[in-house]
Design a binder for this molecule. Structure first.
Ligand code: HEM
Length: 493
């Protein structure tokens, strides 16, 4: 009898799974074949393949349709191929897709204050709060602190023995960690010393080891599992340390003994107006740390990799930087970096040719009618709750939108060439009402890092450098074997 029940149960489960996995086929939507239970994420959940590799494969395989159907475990999901449809999801039909398909447990109190993880009215409020503190004016006022860090960073890189192998990610993380600490709290995080407390803390959130990878995998790729497994992204030790810093700094500033121009001060100035709790204040600061530290370090280190790979562009950038300095009495100013056209073009082309972020995952919040596909008699309406993946990294490497996409060419970002392509064919900071709040700050800091390194050093690959292969355990598109470079001080440009 028992055996009969087991067999009946297994048979019914099998039939149900088969039916489930024919969801897209029954609706005439193309997509990769799922594997039982894992859907289309088997290689990702077993850390055999980076998610970006799968996105690119699906994007290239189903190249005659604007969107593809796939399965996140058992859940039917959509991947958008077409930039116009991506724009539709992110901008024009925002009200149907206003929530990110990501989840953090309630215990992650600091991360919860970050708009990225909230939705509805909670998102609107935290976005408004965050937005106040990252305007262009605010960046200008933290520029002196950034410049100081840039100079210390340059001296740190100079301190290495000639021809030694320098890990690009490591030095870039030191730069972005220190910049963020000075700009947020005006504290010296000592990130250019061998042992660095804050550098170690940053690694706890994003380092590509098994446990961290598993946590991020659940939060970002199968958030539905969050209901069963509570996994904190911000480790308790980091939460406690940041709460201590914030409490301590509030005490110092309330006593009136110091005057600071930093993110914490901007936040404190609006404390009463926005009725912010200590947790919210700390949340904004931790959000800033987590967002700024890792994304910016990855973008910067991957740009150094690209410039080592394309020495003629590197030399041209160095020459143009020197030219601009000569014309500015050798003084590095906010405007010099902000308005440097060639620096901007190189920075953007590095982000295009080697995206460090796969894209963004939204959740359909209100049923939405998709465009009709070849062979369909009527269009599919996706119900609320359907995950919708917008992998902008695939579009920015598609020859349909970027001619000869593997060719490194900063001139793609000339006003003429930009005007010729679809607005959404390149959007590393996403688009629409939820687009990255820190974009201006991130771009400025990134260009500042490039400016300092390329102006001062000739950068080449170290003989121990291995070809770039995506790390299957990293949430970001980083190299499995790191990026090993040699920095030789430039004499003349
Ligand atoms: C080069 C570095 C960076 C890149 C490539 C980047 C990219 C992105 C992307 C793709 C999103 C998702 C947008 C969406 O949901 O549609 C995002 C969101 C966000 N980013 Fe960034 N980011 C960077 C740096 C920063 C920095 C330095 C900050 C710090 C202030 C920041 C703050 C945020 C916030 C708060 C959100 C959530 C916005 C919301 O959901 O309303 N980012 N970023």
């Amino acid at each position: 009898m028992f055996l009969f029940f087991v067999i009946a149960l297994l048979s019914l489960s099998y039939l149900w799974l088969r039916h489930r996995y024919s969801y897209w086929e029954r609706r005439g939507v193309k997509g990769p074949k799922p594997i039982f239970i894992f859907g289309n994420l088997f290689k990702q959940l077993t850390f055999q393949e980076h998610i970006s590799v799968a996105h690119k494969r699906w994007h290239n395989t189903y190249n005659d349709v604007p969107y593809v159907g796939f399965y996140k475990l058992l859940q039917p999901a959509v991947m958008i191929r077409d930039p116009e449809l991506q724009r539709e999801v992110l901008v024009k039909s925002f009200m149907n897709f206003h929530t990110n398909d990501v989840s953090v447990p309630d215990e992650d109190v600091l991360l919860k204050a970050n708009p990225f993880f909230s939705s509805g009215e909670e998102w609107r409020q935290s976005r408004a709060l965050f937005g106040t503190f990252f305007s262009a004016n605010k960046i200008r006022s933290v520029f002196p602190a950034m410049l100081k860090v840039g100079t210390e960073w340059e001296q740190y890189v100079r301190s290495f023995k000639p021809n030694s192998a320098i890990d690009a990610k490591n030095i870039c993380s030191r730069f972005t960690t220190e910049t963020m600490l000075r700009c947020t709290f005006s504290i010296d995080g000592k990130s250019f010393q061998e042992e660095s407390e804050f550098l170690d803390m940053g690694k706890l959130v994003f380092s590509p080891d098994f446990i961290t990878a598993l946590k991020l995998m659940v939060n970002f790729f199968v958030p539905v599992l969050q209901k069963f497994i509570k996994v904190s992204t911000v480790p308790k030790v980091m939460e406690k340390r940041f709460m201590d810093i914030v409490r301590n700094q509030i005490k110092i500033r309330d006593s009136g003994s110091v005057q600071c121009e930093d993110v914490l001060q901007f936040v404190l100035n609006g404390r009463e107006k926005y009725e912010m709790s200590e947790i919210q204040i700390a949340g904004i600061c931790v959000g800033f740390f987590v967002e700024a530290y890792e994304t910016s370090a990855n973008v910067l280190s991957s740009a150094l990799y690209q410039l080592a790979k394309h020495p003629h562009i590197q030399d041209e950038l160095a020459r143009r930087i020197q030219e601009s300095l000569d014309a500015n009495n050798n003084e590095i100013t906010y405007d010099l970096i902000y308005k440097h056209e060639y620096l901007e073009k190189v920075a953007l082309e590095c982000m295009r040719i080697q995206p460090t972020f796969f894209g963004i995952q939204k959740l359909c919040t209100k049923a939405y009618q998709m465009p009709i596909l070849p062979g369909q008699t009527e269009p599919v309406t996706i119900p609320a709750g359907t995950p919708v993946l917008v992998p902008f990294a695939t579009v920015q490497q598609d020859p349909e939108h970027h001619n000869d996409p593997d060719f490194f060419n900063p001139e793609r970002f000339s006003p003429e060439q930009k005007a010729q392509r679809h607005k959404s064919a390149f959007m590393p900071f996403s688009d629409g009402p939820r687009m990255c709040i820190g974009m201006h700050l991130a771009m400025f800091n990134y260009k500042m890092g490039l400016f300092q390194m390329i102006r001062n050093f000739d950068i080449k690959f170290h003989p121990s450098h291995k070809p770039f292969q995506l790390h299957p355990m990293s949430f970001f598109n980083i190299s499995k074997d790191g990026i090993k470079l040699i920095f030789t001080p430039r004499k003349t440009v």
